[in-house]
Design a protein around this ligand. Structure first.
Ligand SMILES: *Cc1c(COP(=O)(O)O)cnc(C)c1O
Length: 405
């Protein structure tokens, strides 16, 4: 990750096909487009690549989550259970359909802790939204079981885990619906874009309409379409879809590079017994976009982070605990319910409660976690050098800390 590292002639060729006709929109203009349907083609390749019956392209991963929630019928008053470690898009999508984000602890898989999910279920819960963070999977067996017991929807946020799988099935295709993002820093990119994956014709039809103003796409032209329900405009353009088409054809290459580089780096960090690693429930299914590792304490982790920064080798490492985007601790705008317009009462009440919610179980994990990005363009020498430098810093910090005790 990210796919933009291997951008080239293939992407240019696909975009040029669209520029030749000048038809930048995915719907209509059947004559002038001369058989060029990049969005439709990409949707077909997505279903074939990941093994879902249907795929609906949209304008972003956030739009994919929003569209999926809407298609599942999640709306005002409903609660959606999501993890404390994710990207802000998760709660943005929930709030945008009028629902309440119920944020719960993660475990050392860096994803939803199933027992925390169970405790958070109320009569208002409609949906559980695991987020497959940093290239790897949530405990989908446990979460599916909970959804079945309580008749809840399972919506997988697989935006960061394109190409990862769980027990042989692609992440994003296991729940009632799944969301991908193709934004500029994701595994495959089309600048801005996303997709909803589902095996349900009903959910797919709703996504198809919702993301295009509620059009039923059954008319002889757009003007003749009916609108069975209210939708919005979350359409992808043909130019974006064209880039995505070139990128998805390289996905296998990206994944094999990631796996190779991940193994090299992990083997270096394994030299330090005090370093432990994220729990990966299905090692074969890891897309290996990141190597996430733990140090024994938050204090040691902070010291390692500041040493890496001081020596200019921090680039490509992420200490999410201090990050404004990915962890509940710094989501002050959410906890203060700083919306531009009024939120609904259930939302306002739930958000204000976040200020007193105990996330110490998540803190105890995230405070000790560093994720190292696995680049596509690194050479073996660069990886060895990077790994050795990290190990040297960790060893020094550990020695210093242990000497103090
Ligand atoms: C990137 C991302 C999204 C949203 O994707 P955009 O395409 O940037 O809107 C949602 N969830 C997670 C976990 C992400 O990493």
């Amino acid at each position: 990750m990210p796919g933009f590292e291997l951008f080239g002639d293939e992407e240019r060729k696909e975009v040029n096909d669209v520029l030749e006709t000048g038809i930048l929109m995915r719907y209509g203009f059947d004559g002038p487009r001369k058989g060029i349907w990049k969005a439709q083609e990409l949707e077909k390749v997505i279903t074939e690549t990941f093994g879902s019956k249907y795929a609906q392209l949209v304008s972003s991963g956030t739009a994919a989550l929003t569209t999926a929630l809407a298609a599942l019928g999640v709306g005002a008053g409903d609660e959606v259970i999501m993890p404390s470690f994710t990207f802000v898009a998760s709660f943005e999508a929930v709030l945008s359909v009028g629902a309440v984000p119920v944020i719960v602890d993660i475990d050392e898989s860096l994803t939803l802790k199933p027992e925390a999910v169970r405790k958070a279920i109320t009569p208002k819960t409609r949906c559980i939204m695991p987020v497959h963070m940093c290239g790897s999977m949530a405990n989908l067996d446990a979460l599916t079981q909970i959804c079945n017991e309580h008749k809840l929807f399972l919506l997988e946020d697989a935006c960061q885990s394109i190409g990862a799988s769980y027990k042989g099935r692609a992440l994003g295709t296991i729940g009632h619906a799944g969301a991908f993002s193709f934004d500029f820093v994701k595994t495959i990119t089309c600048a801005e874009g996303g997709a909803v994956l589902t095996n349900s014709e009903d959910i797919y039809d709703k996504c198809d309409g919702y993301s295009d103003h509620g059009h039923d796409h059954m008319g002889v032209d757009r003007g003749a379409d009916l609108h069975p329900f209210i939708g919005y405009n979350f359409r992808i353009s043909e130019l974006h879809a064209a880039v995505g088409l070139a990128q998805i054809r390289k996905l296998d290459t990206f994944l094999s590079i990631q796996k190779k580089n991940h193994t090299i780096l992990k083997n270096i960090l394994l030299q330090v017994p005090e370093i432990s690693f994220r729990v990966i429930l299905d090692e074969n299914g890891d897309s290996c976009t990141f190597l996430s590792w733990f140090l024994p304490t938050e204090e040691i982790t902070r010291e390692v982070v500041s040493e890496l920064k001081a020596r200019n080798i921090y680039a490509g490492n992420f200490y999410w605990y201090d990050n404004n985007w990915h962890y509940i601790r710094r989501w002050q705008h959410l906890k203060n319910a700083n919306a531009l317009g009024a939120l609904n009462n259930a939302q306002t009440a739930a958000l204000s409660r976040l200020n007193d919610t105990d996330f110490s179980a998540s803190d105890a994990i995230m405070g000790r976690c560093i994720s190292t990005l696995i680049n596509l363009s690194s050479t073996e020498e660069q990886l060895q050098e990077k790994g050795n430098k990290i190990v040297a810093v960790v060893r020094e910090v550990l020695e210093k800390k242990l000497a103090v005790v």
